[in-house]
Ligand binder design. Structure first.
Ligand code: C2O
Length: 346
């Protein structure tokens, strides 16, 4: 049986790494998601390749989102709380209707990881697009799987605190221009040269993607099955473990319990979160498109549900199945970006 959508009325304060935060959204009438009518696909660009016009547009959109009233569920802070609520023990569902047993909803370390984050970015992008009245707006992705993208993308640092894309809580050392991102980072910087780190990163990407592409064990890619009644976090897939987790830790400020990016409750308070996750989502896209792999076909996965506020402040019920085809959601990733880790060399 699939994991049901949370009941927002029973949302509680967080219980995990950071206890007692109130990340609960308001509860209101729920509508069911319907696929949009798609005329042209929006293209998500690599963050290090965007032009000035794109940057200005993106900044304006984030600025408008930050300036929305505090009680607007589309407000930047409230959007960050969506992640907090789904990750830190705020949501429960009745796992047994007879004895009142409840189980937590957790979207990490299981097969809900890819679809939850795809939906999260989808609505976030629709909100930004609506705010700047540009239906073609598409989020940038942090191209950490390519040598030219293995840095903190400069657009998030440019202009420092005067920019809505800036965040104070990032690792001071790693935010320096041209400091190479180590996809295997585990709280200490390696003594390797920049070129060695980049080559290692490409080997890591090759291994993580190809070892999960044989079709024999879909858990390697998606993470372990997580059904109604199961304990949360049964196990993560390859990319979630490495490099997804490492990039979070690498970006967060070690002096502030790794806020923002290095901790689940705070990660989405940094606008860079959405560029990081666009690339995680792109790995799912490439796994199907370039490595010709197929999604899980079990209903326990396909019918799992989530709730999100959309660009019109409506609370929408979505399921995993509706997220599988990015064409139907109306977006794609820039296909001109070279995928270096696909080379046999690695
Ligand atoms: Cu929901 Cu990258 O974490």
């Amino acid at each position: 049986v699939p994991i049901p959508a949370p009941d927002l009325k029973t949302c509680v304060r967080t219980t995990e790494d950071m206890k007692g935060l109130n990340c609960c959204p308001p509860s209101t009438e729920i509508i069911n998601f319907e696929l949009p009518e798609v005329k042209t696909l929006r293209t998500r660009p690599a963050a290090h390749t965007v032009d000035q016009k794109y940057i200005e547009n993106y900044k304006t959109a984030i600025e408008l989102m930050k300036n929305l009233p505090e009680d607007d569920p589309r407000n930047f802070w409230n959007q960050a709380q969506v992640h907090c609520a789904y990750c830190e023990g705020a949501y429960y569902y009745a796992s047994n209707d007879c004895d009142g047993t409840k189980e937590e909803i957790q979207v990490h370390s299981s097969w809900l990881f890819y679809p939850f984050h795809r939906w999260y970015l989808y609505f976030y992008e629709r909100i930004l697009a609506k705010l700047i009245k540009d239906p073609n707006f598409a989020l940038p992705f942090w191209n950490w799987d390519g040598k030219d993208g293995m840095y903190l993308p400069p657009i998030f640092e440019e202009g420092r605190s005067s920019s809505p894309l800036f965040d104070h809580y990032r690792n001071a050392k790693h935010r320096k221009e041209k400091f190479v991102l180590d996809l295997n980072y585990n709280c200490t910087d390696s003594g390797k040269t920049d070129e060695e780190i980049k080559e290692d990163n490409l080997c890591t990407m090759h291994r993580q993607m190809y070892s999960a592409s044989t079709g024999k064990d879909l858990r390697l890619f998606f993470g372990h099955p997580y059904r109604k009644g199961d304990k949360p976090s049964p196990g993560a897939g390859n990319i979630e473990r490495i490099p997804h987790n490492n990039v979070h830790i690498w970006t967060g400020d070690p002096d502030w319990v790794r806020e923002d990016m290095g901790n689940l409750y705070s990660a989405a308070r940094d606008p860079i979160f959405f560029a990081h996750h666009a690339n995680v989502d792109r790995m799912w896209y490439l796994w199907k498109k370039e490595l010709h792999c197929k999604d899980i076909s079990q209903d326990d996965w396909l019918k799992a549900e989530f709730l999100f506020y959309n660009e019109n402040k409506q609370l929408v019920r979505v399921n995993v199945e509706q997220s599988l085809d990015t064409d139907k959601l109306g977006y794609k990733y820039d296909d001109d970006v070279d995928i270096e880790w696909m080379s046999n060399k690695y």
